[in-house]
Structure formats: C-alpha cells, structure tokens
Design a protein around this ligand. Structure first.
Ligand code: MG
Length: 388
C-alpha cells in the first residue's frame, strides 16, 4: 500500500493512543497529518512531537496558548476549537480520518470529513446512533467508505470480505456481559462506579466502560450495526460471550456462520481500518486453540440490563429517537460517575427522557443537533427533580 496520511480525532483517548501505537509500528506506511484532543494538552504536545505531526487542534480554547507555546517553535501548526477540527478534516491533505472522540461531540467533525471526501475509520459509535440515516446517506453521496473500528463491527466487516452480493440473514453480535454478568439484579442495583469501571476483558475509556456495564454499549452497537450493514433490528442477535474471543459473526441464508476471532486487543480493528484492505503485521498475542479449550455463549439477561431493550426500542422507532436515547445516556452516565444516581438510575433516566422529548420522524442534521440539546436539557431537569 502507498503511504496514507491520517488524522486522529481524539488522539489522547484510549483508541487514539492505541492508533498511535499502530502507527509507530508502521512509520513507513502512515503519516500523521492531524491530531486533536479535547482537554489533555500535555499528552497532545508529547504525541505531536513524537509523531512529527503537521497540525494539532486543542478543542478547549483555554489551553490554546499552552499548546501553541510548546509546538509552534517546532514548526507545528496549532489551532483551537471544534470549528478548526471541522475545517481541517474537510479541507486538509488527509486520506483517512479516525473518529475516536467521545460521545455526540464526534458528529459534527465526522460530517465535515465525509463532506471533504475523506475515508472514515469510525470509532465514535454515537455518530451513527444519533444520526445514522443522515451520515450513511452523506457517505454514499460522497462515495466515502465508513470503515468500522469497533471490534464487533470490524469483525462483521471482516466476515463479509469475499461474500460477494450474498445477503446477511443474521448478525450475531457478541458481548462480554461486562463486570455484572454473574451478579444478581439486587447486587447490580447497588453497584458503585468503581465496580462498574472494572471491565473484565477490555481496557477502555470511562464512558464506554460504564456503557458496557449497563449493556447500553451493546445497544448502541446494535444501532451502529443496523446502519453500517443495512440489517433489520430483528436480524441482529445479541449473544453474551464472556471470553471475548469471537468478536462477532455473520449468518447466511444456508445457515453457514462466519466468525472473526482473536484475543481482545483494539489495535487489531484499528489497524485493519487504517490499512484496509491490506493486512499488516501486528505485535499482538496470537490465538492458541488448545489453550483456549472452551468458548461459551449465553442469551443476555434483558431484565438485569434494561438498556439493551431501550436501544432496540429506539431503533424500531427510528427518526430522532436514537439521538434522544444517546443524549439521555450521556447525561445519565456523567451523573452516575458523579455518584448522583444509582446504577438503575441510568436506564430509568434514559427511558423517561425517551418518553418526554418531541419525536421527529425524518430529522435533518439541524433537527439532530436541536434534539441533542433538548434531550440533554430534559434529562438534566429530570435529574434535578430526582436529586431533591
Ligand atoms: Mg465494541
């Protein structure tokens, strides 16, 4: 493959750091054109120097001077704010944009990158949850590939290579089950954030780790899969697989199931998205099947994890409901991390917000931004009432 110029949006987060690890192993194949971070100025400065980056954006404008003072003497251009991120990914000399920022904030810059004709390595799942119909239509119009980085979606994407025009009958989306898989509902109800943050298999940022403990993460991934692979929600089967070795599976009309396997290591799907369709070497742990011995699979406990059905409900409803659910979940997870609500306070707040915000059947992008604001306000107001 020829050298690829990449932009990493959210380079100081878990996915961003692992992406730079991938780049460091293939310096001859990747050139880092742009790094962006929300707040972590120190790490951003260090990364920009190490990878000899051309442009950086610090989204928090209060930290601009600190970053500029450190990097401008090195000949690195420094910008601040989300508008700069959008301008640079739309107009910059970039082949592929890795969208690894947290939450709804990833939508605006992803849209800008698509409008600029850049390939998208999609890690920010909230983009498709909130605006799947708009983002996938834009990607088609601009003939831009959406290359999944989420391990499950990368697995499905890999399972589909070489399948021609054969339609998917079913997607089997695997879930680790999170830290509370074997707990009773009563135990889960009293779970502290420290317990929820202890994920058994994957090391991730705090938002996605809490989402994994509620299984909202799997719900968001169901919606993401629907948009990426154009399958009906009823054809997406969530299966709990505690070992996290099978990263997901695709079933065809004849009942044949194709799976993608590996030890849990996000660098693998990140690298595949960045180098697609080429497979590069990776210094990860390889599978030893004799040592694995046993892989287990269970149906998810939908009573214990109500967020899963909330996600199915939102995708069946369509319109702006995914956006409402996602906004409420962002507010609820932040409140849980501040110890303001209990574990089931998260799903309660999401359900009540979904019931309380105006439904729009065919939203525009502006409607989505407005919905995100009103859903957040609605959730925050409910939260305030509950704290009293
Ligand atoms: Mg995942």
């Amino acid at each position: 493959m020829g050298k690829r110029k990449i932009a990493i949006l959210g380079s100081t987060g878990s996915i961003g750091r692992q992406a730079l690890d991938v780049v460091s192993q293939h310096r001859d194949l990747f050139e880092v054109e742009l790094l962006t971070a929300n707040n972590s100025s120190e790490l951003l400065i260090q990364q920009a120097k190490e990878f000899d980056v051309n442009n950086v954006v610090i989204c928090n404008e209060a930290k601009y001077e600190e970053v500029a003072d450190a990097l401008q003497p090195e000949g690195i251009k420094v910008f601040a704010g989300m508008k700069s991120v959008c301008d640079l990914v739309r107009d910059g000399d970039i082949d592929i944009v890795l969208t690894a920022m947290v939450g709804f904030s990833g939508l605006e810059s992803t849209v800008a990158a698509i409008e600029g004709g850049k390939a998208i390595a999609l890690s920010n799942k909230e983009t498709l949850v909130a605006a799947g119909s708009i983002v996938t239509r834009l990607a088609r119009e601009h003939q831009v590939p959406l290359l999944p980085v989420d391990s499950e979606h990368s697995a499905i994407f890999q399972c589909l290579q070489g399948c021609g025009n054969n339609r998917i009958s079913k997607i089997h989306l695997t879930a680790s089950g999170g830290p509370f898989r074997t707990w009773t509902r009563e135990q889960v109800a009293a779970a502290t954030k420290e317990q929820a943050l202890r994920h058994p298999n994957w090391s991730m940022g705090s938002k996605v780790t809490i989402d994994s403990s509620t299984m909202m993460n799997k719900g968001l991934e169901v919606i993401e899969a629907k948009w990426l692979f154009n399958v009906a929600p009823d054809d997406i089967n969530v299966v709990v697989h505690p070992e996290s070795i099978v990263h997901s599976m695709v079933e065809f009309a004849d009942g044949a199931v194709i799976a993608q396997l590996g030890h849990p290591d996000m660098r693998e799907p990140i690298q595949y998205a960045l180098s697609y369709p080429v497979r590069l070497s990776l210094n990860n742990r390889k599978l030893d099947f004799a040592e694995l011995a046993k892989l287990s699979f269970y149906a998810p406990d939908r009573e214990k994890f109500p967020c899963l059905d909330l996600a199915f409900e939102s995708i069946r409803k369509g319109g702006n409901m995914g956006c409402i659910m996602n906004a409420a979940n962002e507010v609820a997870v932040a409140a849980y991390l501040r110890d303001e609500i209990s574990f089931y306070g998260i799903s309660d707040l999401v359900a009540d917000t979904m019931a309380g915000v105006n439904f729009v059947a065919e939203p525009t992008l502006d409607d989505i931004f407005a919905t995100n604001e009103s859903a957040k306000q609605h959730a925050a107001a409910l939260l305030k009432e509950r704290k009293r």
